[in-house]
Design a protein around this ligand. Structure first.
Ligand code: ADP
Ligand code: MG
Length: 697
């Protein structure tokens, strides 16, 4: 059956097209103005919008509506209310008012608030974000909202993101005006978020408590085959996975999500999907929906989608590539170098602003991707270092070098690729190669931040990026607006900034050991663990940055900091307890049972033929018994470390103890158990192996 994708696309979204059709013209115009220019909403139009939304949603099968928000749990929250309202005669009508659209009330004390809310003053509000479209999903009208406390502090991730987008726009407009742009009204931040994930068979998943409770394997010896043949990346998509992907595309298209690219990733059973970019807050909202649908649709196919950053040790982890750019509302991408970047002063200034932002706020960028799951992807023993640096490519590097040294830049002609086969057309080569090891790479007309983890809400990385860039813009505009000779001041500003911040640019192999040493010489931060990163959050310079641009107040920062520490400790506590349970109740008993069987076999053999060769049995009994003893000791040590960590007086101290004491204790126990796995009969081994999990889908 053919599918009419254009018809399907956005069919469940209350988008501009639907608004134009269903709203009175004046109301539509007013709403569009609010969204496009970031103006305050006119409350008098709310009733009309609400009514149109309701009628449309009912046609799409909705009976309920919900304010959909992003509390600091990292996942989304929703509470469904039906549209029913009683009328005389014991009947109901379907109603939805402007008030209900604009404002919702919710119990803020049940969400993490980092001390911002006490249970006795629990009121929290959700407020409609008209810049992100409402949609119908599972018979409910979803209204994207911001979430704040009774006293007005943001209790979510969306509010600061919207504020940070405003900050970039405000400061960025000052710069583009200086370059003679009199028409643009706003600068928009655009995002394309590539999402990596693993797929596992549901029946196998159900047998692993670690996957169920923590999303990652806490034990497991490597399978004989990993990703060394490099045969999975871009490989043929298996039929079952293909069906899952097709259904995912369809559901996402209905929600107006521009699902574009899908392919196999590097590790076995690892995949990726990428949508076409959109406005930042929309892209972040949609990424949350993408994750929800990946999980939901996988289940329909007897599969489970793993979004944890490192479900399996020894193979690649899953990240989320944050392709970020800024442009004017008139459609000009400010990160587009054009044909002659060396002469494009506005581009060079914007580039310098990003270079400065990344260097000045390395700590915050690192922090924005710091959480327990991502620690296994960044800075750990089998992962790239957690150092922030930027890749700009050879061509731009030459431009930058010539600016810094004050020498002339010689441009290169585009190189034609000719494969020497007459029937294959020649094509022009990209001016820069890719760099897969850089955490922050310039990719032609956007930057790709590659450190974010697969499971995370993408608001924070972009809050940091936007605000840091807004601050560069602010400083630049202050200098240039007051300049007597604009061109001279501009040239000096670009040169000084690039010179001062060139240490952050690194075009080499970011995974190499030499880079770690070199980065230390350059004075770049190397915040290895999440806990190291969290400690930088409320540094004076960072509080000043966020508060100056109205993105987060000191109170909002402190509350988030507390939640980060607490959340880290809670996750590690769950992981450690899961290991304890699996080792105590499943693994050690299984190994003991196997040893007992081998021992009774040995006795039986010897009884028949005294002196018979039982060297295999003796070896197994000896090695496994020793491992069981060591494993048991490691288990006790883990329990002790965990108990000590949970009794620390503050979230920060707890997180520190989990990071320094519990994580190594978990690693020791894992090593012992993985060694046992290699020697225990598969008949006795109580849980599916790495081979089962990665190759049986
Ligand atoms: P890859 O890095 O895997 O080669 P692509 O280059 O195709 O992937 O693009 C990655 C993502 O970057 C896509 O989601 C794409 O829509 C997005 N992207 C392209 N241009 C921009 C832009 N101006 N702003 C933000 N994202 C963009
Ligand atoms: Mg990419």
């Amino acid at each position: 059956m053919t599918k009419n994708v254009p018809e399907l696309f956005g069919s469940m979204v209350f988008n501009e097209e639907v608004m134009r059709q269903r709203l009175p013209y004046e109301v539509f115009k007013s709403l569009k103005k609010t969204v496009e220019e970031g103006k305050e909403i006119d409350p008098s139009i709310a009733d009309a919008v609400a009514n149109a939304m309701k009628d449309w949603a009912i046609e799409k099968g909705a009976t309920h509506y919900t304010h959909w928000f992003q509390p600091l749990t990292g996942v989304t929250a929703e509470k469904h209310d039906s549209f029913i309202a009683p009328v005389p005669g014991g009947k109901v009508v379907m109603e939805f008012s402007g008030k209900e659209l604009i404002k919702g009330e919710s119990d803020a004390s049940s969400f993490p608030s980092g001390g911002l809310r006490a249970t006795f003053e629990a009121r929290g509000y959700t407020a409609w974000d008209p810049a992100s479209y409402a949609f119908v999903k599972d018979g409910t009208l979803y209204i994207p909202t911001a979430f704040c406390s009774y006293t007005g502090e943001a209790l979510d991730t969306k509010t600061p993101l919207l504020r940070s987008m405003d900050a970039v726009s405000k400061q960025g407009m000052r710069l583009v005006r200086l370059f003679g742009d009199t028409v643009s009204k706003r600068i928009t931040t655009t995002l394309g978020i590539e999402q990596e994930y693993f797929i596992i068979d549901k029946e196998i998943y159900d047998q692993r408590k670690d996957l169920m409770y923590t999303g990652r394997t806490l034990f497991g010896a490597p399978a004989p085959k990993g990703q060394e043949l490099e045969d999975h990346y871009f490989g043929e998509i298996k039929t079952r996975i293909g069906h899952f992907m097709a259904e995912l595309d369809e559901e996402l298209w209905k929600l107006g999500i521009l699902s574009k690219t899908k392919h196999n990733e590097g590790a076995p059973a690892q995949h990726e999907m990428a949508p076409i970019y959109s406005t930042a807050n929309m892209a972040v909202d949609q990424n949350l929906l993408i994750m929800t649908y990946m999980k939901k649709i996988a289940e329909r196919h007897g599969l489970v989608c793993l979004l944890q950053e490192k479900p399996y040790a020894g193979v690649a982890g899953s990240g989320k590539h944050n392709n970020w750019s800024i442009g004017t509302d008139t459609g000009k991408n400010l990160l587009k170098p054009g044909k002659t970047p060396a002469e494009n002063k506005q581009f060079l200034l914007i580039l310098a602003a990003v270079v400065k932002a990344v260097d000045d706020y390395q700590d915050l960028l690192r922090l924005s991707v710091a959480f327990a799951g991502n620690d296994h992807r960044l800075g750990a023993n089998e992962a790239p270092p957690a150092i922030i640096s930027m890749f700009i490519g050879d061509d731009l590097q030459e431009v930058v070098d010539s600016i810094i040294s004050g020498t002339a830049y010689k441009s290169h002609d585009k190189i034609k690729m000719n494969l020497g086969i007459p029937t294959v057309p020649t094509f022009t080569k990209d001016t820069t190669d890719r760099n897969r090891t850089s955490p922050f790479a310039f990719t032609g007309n956007k930057f790709e931040f590659r450190m974010p983890g697969a499971s995370q809400n993408m608001a924070m990385p972009n809050i940091v990026l936007n605000t840091a860039v807004a601050e560069s813009f602010r400083q630049f505009a202050d200098v240039l607006e007051g300049a007597e000779n604009f061109d001279a001041a501009l040239a000096k500003l670009i040169k000084d900034t690039l010179t001062e911040h060139s240490r952050i640019i690194f075009n080499g192999d970011g995974y190499s050991g030499e880079w770690e040493k070199e980065a230390a010489v350059r004075g770049l931060l190397n915040l290895k663990t999440s806990v190291d990163a969290y400690k930088t959050f409320s540094a004076e310079k960072n509080v000043k940055l966020f508060s100056m641009h109205g993105v987060m107040s000191e109170t909002e920062i402190r509350s988030r900091e507390e939640i980060l520490f607490e959340n880290y400790a809670k996750i590690l506590n769950i992981e450690a307890k899961t290991m304890e349970e699996m080792a105590t109740r499943d693994i050690l008993p299984a190994v003991n049972a196997y040893v007992a069987e081998v021992a009774s076999n040995a006795s039986a053999k010897t009884a028949v033929i005294p002196g018979i060769d039982i060297s295999m049995e003796t070896d197994i009994i000896e090695t496994l018994s020793k491992l069981v003893g060591e494993g048991y000791a490691a288990l006790k040590a883990l329990k002790a470390a965990r108990t000590a960590a949970t009794s620390k007086p503050s979230g920060e101290k707890m997180a520190e103890a989990f990071c320094k004491k519990v994580v190594p204790a978990m690693a020791t126990l894992r090593r012992k158990v993985d060694d046992m796995e290699k020697l225990t009969s598969s008949e006795y081994w109580p849980i599916p192996t790495y081979g089962d999990m990665m190759f049986r889908v």
